[in-house]
Design a protein around this ligand. Structure first.
Ligand code: BYC
Ligand code: FE
Ligand code: FE
Length: 474
């Protein structure tokens, strides 16, 4: 297959003059397209979708809007602009020049980090592949597809690094990324959350709010990497990530708005009554928050991690916004954290900062998650209701780290296993909740129309009206 490189694969990595990379991509690209057809958005491959495409990294090119069929989307390869004389910003190599090639001693660790990041991108597309069939509006359908094609591009971004810097091993890993599948019992995606099904739009908005935000924090950590091509790749990915979280935050805002309207109309906050009128009650929303927040917290890894310490020491992975910290060495400091003492109590552990990097990153993430929750609560309060959404404790329902398997309530109090098992029915979406939410999922595709459980957005995309035909179905 002949590829016209500048046209077909927009890039700023001089792909047109890199024969080895061309050969690797020529082999991989048709397999990517097969994967997209098979496991990408179901039922919409021939629709014209109003999409943003990155054609360059400058202000004029990074967000070019137009209607395209998704299989014709131009998945490009972009690195943020090269920074002259960039220095390593943390760890044992602090102040030395950033690496333009992969140092032999870090090769396998770096490859593993890139593969783990790369694995999540196609996983999310697989998780979301059937959502188009139940979209609440054309506006939302378009946003789903925007997220999907950009996760596809993030997949390309990691495959580019594997192809360009890791030789044969890298090419093999790039193949494997197409073979693991979300939820596959024999060959699942690497990280837990990316094997959870997303078969309703409430889960989609929760995922883009909570799980894409893990993406933001992991990309910020990798954007500090001493391996300059990885840092620059992640910096550009972050520009796209903010739209994904916007979709999640505004999606939940619109669900709340609709619920509040109904509560006013009915003069009631009775979940049963609200359900009869086809909206999502706030306690149900809280249970979905509990599920997706706790699941996403696990993605940061263990609170005490020698892996994280090694990444930091060797300069592979820093902390989000590393320049904001005063100490970039972190050999003389400790962090304190609560851990279960093994006898039903809680004790404080002193952990060398380097080993606590995952927890430091998680702290920033939790603060960032709170911002939207506070905004949601303000809307509820302004409407005159006293319901408050909360984030559960970071100890709640964890499967990774110190609190893994420790039975706690959402406030983080250790409780008996029995009480925990019983509590879960009330704290997490029940089968009945899921069935109810699923029952609302009916496709609405008339331009400007919204499903009854969600309010319209404040504005359209790229200054288009809300009733613009964002997706043309044929
Ligand atoms: N599930 O010391 P530990 C995104 C493994 S999201 C399963 O605790 P470490 C996106 C770990 O690999 C961002 N396994 O933690 C969002 C290790 O295995 P080995 C994705 C897990 O090593 C939405 C062992 O447990 N990017 O982009 O510091 C849509 C002990 O490890 C989990 C990244 O994650 C888990 N939750 O790992 C689309 C960045 N957690 O070595 C996209 C790359 C840990 O013992 N990954 N393990 O075999 C990393 O930086 C790190 O590997 C982790 C933490 C953040 C995952
Ligand atoms: Fe991504
Ligand atoms: Fe994303």
């Amino acid at each position: 297959m002949a590829i016209n490189y500048q046209e077909r694969i927009p890039n700023n990595v001089d792909l047109g003059n890199d024969r080895a990379l061309q050969r690797a991509l020529e082999h991989w690209q048709p397999r990517f397209l097969d994967w997209w057809q098979e496991l990408g958005p179901e039922g919409f491959q021939s629709a014209d979708v109003y999409l943003r495409t990155a054609t360059s990294v400058d202000a004029a090119g990074w967000a070019t809007f137009g209607k395209v069929k998704m299989p014709d989307y131009r998945w490009g390869i972009f690195l943020a602009d090269h920074e002259q004389d960039r220095m390593i910003g943390f760890g044992d190599e602090f102040g030395k020049p950033a690496w333009q090639r992969v140092p032999g001693e870090h090769r396998s660790t770096l490859r593993r980090l890139i593969v783990t990041q790369g694995d999540t991108e196609p996983a999310s597309v697989e998780q979301q592949r059937r959502l188009g069939l139940t979209c609440p509006s054309l506006y939302d359908l378009r946003n789903l597809f925007q997220v999907n094609v950009e996760e596809g591009r993030h997949f390309w971004a990691m495959v580019y690094l594997l192809h360009a810097y890791f030789g044969r091993d890298g090419r093999e890993e790039a193949e494997e990324l197409l073979h693991r599948h979300s939820g596959d019992v024999d060959n699942p995606r690497i990280l837990g959350t990316f094997n959870e099904p997303i078969d309703d739009w409430l889960s989609f908005f929760m995922f883009t709010y909570f799980t894409d935000r893990d993406g933001k924090y992991q990309l910020m950590s990798l954007a500090e990497s001493a391996f300059d091509p990885l840092a620059r790749t992640c910096r550009f990915m972050l520009t796209e990530e903010s739209h994904h979280m916007f979709v999640g935050e505004t999606g939940v805002t619109r669900i709340i708005r609709r619920a509040l309207e109904k509560m006013d109309e009915l003069k009631s906050d009775d979940p049963e009554l609200l359900r009869k009128h086809g909206v999502i009650d706030l306690p149900t929303l809280q249970r979905y928050v509990n599920f997706w927040f706790s699941s996403s917290l696990d993605l940061f890894g263990s609170e005490q991690s020698s892996n994280a310490a090694n990444y930091f020491a060797s300069g592979l992975k820093g902390r989000p916004d590393e320049p904001r910290f005063e100490d970039h060495n972190c050999t003389d400091t400790v962090e304190f954290m609560d851990v279960p003492d093994g006898n039903g109590g809680i004790t404080s552990a002193e952990v060398p900062t380097r080993n606590a990097i995952n927890e430091v990153t998680r702290d920033g993430y939790i603060r960032d998650c709170m911002v939207g929750v506070t905004r949601w609560n303000r809307a509820v309060k302004r409407a005159g209701h006293d319901f408050e959404l909360t984030l559960p404790s970071r100890r709640f329902r964890r499967s990774i780290g110190n609190w893994s398997g420790a039975p706690t309530d959402p406030e983080g109090n250790l409780i008996s296993r029995d009480a925990y098992e019983r509590g879960l029915d009330e704290w997490l979406p029940s089968e009945a909740d899921r069935a109810y939410v699923r029952s609302l999922m009916k496709q609405v595709i008339e331009p400007g129309k919204m499903a009854g459980w969600i309010a319209p957005p404040d504005r359209g995309i790229n200054n288009q009206p809300v009733d613009y035909e964002y997706v043309e179905l044929h």
